[in-house]
Ligand binder design. Structure first.
Ligand code: SAH
Length: 370
């Protein structure tokens, strides 16, 4: 479905123009929902009832909305088109990690992952079908950008997870999604408008939205500086994650090609402004790649850049993509990297590798199902 594979370093900012998915309740603000309902010849207050069903009661089928007159159910059902079809579901970690491959209305494939921990449930969602940012270690980046996802297509991934939890389908009893990370397929800051809409649906109080705490939502970006600046003015105190992967421009130009537009100093500058405005600790993502970016001198350089800032480093052991020459760092190099960072007083954790055995990370399931 995607465009031809991009050449090394090639960036795609504007998604190809394609047919759009049908309009869905979750695309709309409360005021827009009332207008849409009125357009269908229904009383505006039906928008509130419909919102309560979709965002609070998680009702799936309009037929089950028994507080609505039968005729209205059918009419209002037009605002709840089915946008995602599950084509594959894989679980691991005794069912606590669950990955879904979704087919969109036009056949595009995207994936989401649910990870249940003792104290929280995190959903990793996609924001684009494919990605135009072309990071050479990332499976999605290698496939290129197919199209932007709509707000509702993004939200539906979370609602599907929320429904599965509510129905008790996930081991551990009924539960709720508490955290959302935009770390599935796509570059969220390259699909800005739809992503902001989706964040609103996630964090706006129920039944306008899902009522998930903004602090539990993380937007991860390669570093589109103007979009980071815009995000800092949205009044949405989400966590910003920057995929840095190298502290020096020379290496970052190759690992994260957007660096040829906005350099390390610029992206970190935008991150510190974001932290100052939102009072939120910025997360720095750093995939440790054996003998590529895991040298102690790079840890030292990274430590110097981050020292004293409102920041937390997330080290991710590289999840090798099929055919790639790169692999995860040796355990002793990983440990040395952590120690060096800590010597600068920088908070650091090594991310667990949940879902790895199900190609859990980074577009690998879609890549394996062309
Ligand atoms: N485009 C956004 C969000 C999606 S990727 C971004 O780049 O931040 C989410 C995270 O997974 C990013 O930090 C990305 O660099 C990382 N990632 C991608 N491929 C990976 C791989 N093969 N191993 C480990 N981390 C990877």
């Amino acid at each position: 479905m995607s465009e031809a594979a991009p050449k090394a370093g090639q960036l795609t900012f504007v998604a190809p123009r394609r047919a759009k998915p049908q309009r869905h309740l979750a695309d709309l603000t409360m005021a827009e929902r009332r207008a849409a309902v009125a357009e269908l010849g229904e009383k505006p207050f039906r928008a509130d009832q419909l919102s309560r069903h979709y965002f609070a009661k998680l009702t799936e089928s309009p037929g089950d909305m028994t507080d609505l007159p039968a005729a209205s159910r059918e009419t209002l059902g037009q605002l709840l088109p089915s946008l995602l079809t599950s084509v594959r579901e894989i679980t691991c970690d005794d069912g606590m990690t669950r990955k879904t491959l979704w087919k969109l209305f036009d056949g595009s494939l995207v994936e989401s992952v649910m990870m249940r921990y003792p104290d929280r449930v995190t959903m990793c969602v996609s924001s684009q079908a494919g990605c135009g940012m072309n990071c050479p270690f990332c499976a999605t980046g290698q496939a290129g950008l197919t199209r932007n996802m709509s707000t509702a297509e993004i939200v539906e991934q979370v609602v599907a997870g929320q429904r599965a939890l509510a129905r008790g389908e996930v081991p551990g009893g009924p539960g709720r999604v508490s955290n959302i990370v935009f770390m599935g397929m796509g570059e969220p800051m390259a699909n800005y408008k739809a992503v902001i809409g989706a964040v609103h649906r996630m964090v706006d109080p129920s039944p306008e939205g899902l009522g998930i705490s903004a602090r539990g939502v993380t937007v991860s970006t390669v570093g589109l500086v103007p979009a980071i600046e815009k995000l800092s003015n949205e009044g949405l105190p989400v966590t910003l994650a920057v995929s840095l992967h190298a502290p020096d421009d020379e290496l970052r130009d190759t690992l994260v090609p957007i660096n040829t537009r906005w350099k390390v100093a610029e992206v970190l500058g935008a991150a510190w402004d974001y932290a100052a405005k939102t009072k939120r600790r910025v997360s720095i993502e750093y995939a440790l790649i054996k003998d590529v970016n895991d040298q102690e001198w790079r840890a030292d350089l990274l430590g110097k850049l981050l020292k004293g800032k409102l920041v937390h480093v997330n080290l991710i052991p590289l999840n090798p993509t099929p055919g790639s020459k790169w692999t995860a760092s040796r355990p002793e190099d990983e440990r040395a990297f952590v120690r060096r960072l800590e010597s600068h007083g920088v908070a650091v954790t090594v991310r667990d590798t949940r879902g790895r055995e199900i190609d859990g990370a980074c577009g690998q399931l879609a890549a394996a199902n062309p």
